[in-house]
Design a binder for this molecule. Structure first.
Ligand code: HEC
Length: 119
């Protein structure tokens, strides 16, 4: 008898990949700030948040739309050398905006994202 085995390959969505890239970037920024360095580059195109395909079942809900631009602005401010707010505060503000959206749109990664905050 023939036995059929099918493997469900986990295919991360374009958005999931981008989220992981944002995570990696912000971990690097956190480490730079702790080391007393000033991050000056933001290599990710944040407009991808408006265009990337999402995992089935996820979508750009009203909550998503209300959080996304607030987040983008705060993420851009981290490398704004003209800002008179402390670097650490700007970084934590961006991460808290990741968390605001995640509280309704995708709760799973919240513990991981919290680790990006600088105490
Ligand atoms: C506007 C809402 C929103 C913001 C802001 C946001 N996320 Fe997400 N995040 C989501 C949604 C929705 C998903 C699920 C995407 C999917 O599966 O297609 C997700 C997924 C993730 C994942 C899981 C990816 C995977 O492998 O499945 C991580 C990690 C993540 N986000 C980290 C972050 C970090 C770090 C930030 C801030 C730098 C951030 N997110 C900002 C809504 C948001």
């Amino acid at each position: 008898m023939e036995k059929k085995v099918t493997y469900e390959m986990y295919q991360p969505s374009e958005m999931a990949n981008f989220m992981n890239a944002m995570y990696a970037y912000n971990l690097q920024v956190k480490n730079q700030i702790i080391a007393g360095e000033t991050p000056v580059a933001m290599p990710l195109d944040l407009m991808t948040l408006h265009s990337a395909e999402m995992t089935e079942g996820k979508g750009r809900t009203r909550a998503w739309n209300s959080f996304v631009n607030v987040f983008i602005t705060s993420q851009q401010k981290v490398i704004d050398t003209m800002s008179n707010l402390q670097l650490k505060e700007r970084h934590n503000a961006a991460i808290n905006n990741c968390l605001s959206c995640h509280k309704t749109e995708c709760v799973g990664p919240i513990p991981k994202i919290k680790k990006l905050l600088i105490q």
